[in-house]
Ligand binder design. Structure first.
Ligand code: BTN
Length: 243
């Protein structure tokens, strides 16, 4: 079934605990195609169960979509990252470098701009997105340097950016449904941070390095080491990648 942006209803809150939490309650009422957006969150969540600091002026929103097959859940994380990068590129100037740090962190000029939290509830997927528009948390509070759009002379508002990201997301999901996930992988590769370069990964407390030489058809990272090409399904690029 083809998605259409006009079928999505925006639900706006001045303040909420977490847009993903509210999305969960809507999923349990069997609702889909909803966008929950909040000016601030009092208990925004990250993938590592930490607090996503959510002051006014930045974008916090969650999108509810039907999930046809659980196997496709990780695909939504790549599709979301691609849609955000395309949106920022559209409103940015060419001197700003916008990249995806595998698997789904968005870097603007090598600093973290955004967070994506994908969750499943019943037969639905919740895509939670936080984008720093006018402020970003102090480096002492985060694992990586962070940035925001204003600092890089990119002007927008939370509602305009949410509309743009939704538009790209709908287009990319339709592309995936028509042409397969491979079409998304092809679009993502040019945006990958350190592609064809040496990278350092941490996988279950083990360090590994090699050349980031590709993504397979599921989005797994292909790492060329001295003796083989390893397929990496999960892991994190470490701080060494920013030096
Ligand atoms: C991460 O970087 O670990 C993901 C952070 C995701 C934050 C967003 S803000 C909107 C939505 N609601 C939440 O509670 N979290 C996500």
């Amino acid at each position: 079934m083809r998605l259409n942006k006009i079928d999505f209803e925006f639900i706006h809150f001045k303040s909420i605990d977490s847009t993903n939490n509210y999305a969960k309650t809507l999923c349990n009422q069997n609702l889909i195609n909803k966008v929950i957006i909040a000016d601030t969150q009092t208990a925004g969540r990250t993938t590592k169960k930490q607090c996503w600091i959510s002051p006014k002026g930045n974008l916090y929103f969650s999108i509810i979509l039907p999930l046809k097959c659980e196997k496709n859940l990780p695909e939504f994380s790549f599709i979301s990252a691609l849609s955000i990068v395309e949106s920022i590129k559209e409103i940015s100037t060419p001197q700003n470098i916008i990249k995806i740090k595998w698997p789904n962190d968005i870097l603007l000029n090598k600093q973290k701009l955004c967070g994506i939290l994908i969750e499943k509830e019943n037969d639905k997927v919740i895509i939670g997105i936080g984008i720093n528009i006018i402020s970003s948390p102090d480096v002492s509070l985060t694992r990586y340097p962070t940035t925001n759009l204003k600092k890089n002379n990119i002007k927008t508002t939370p509602s305009k950016l949410a509309e743009l990201v939704l538009e790209k997301l709908v287009n990319n999901i339709n592309l995936r449904n028509n042409n397969g996930f491979k079409a998304i992988i092809s679009k993502i590769i040019p945006y990958m941070y350190k592609f064809n370069d040496t990278i350092y990964l941490e996988i279950n407390n083990q360090k590994l390095s090699g050349i980031f030489c590709g993504l397979d058809e599921t989005g797994a990272l292909l790492l060329k080491t001295d003796d083989e090409t390893k397929v990496i399904f999960s892991g994190e690029m470490t701080k060494e990648n920013f030096i």
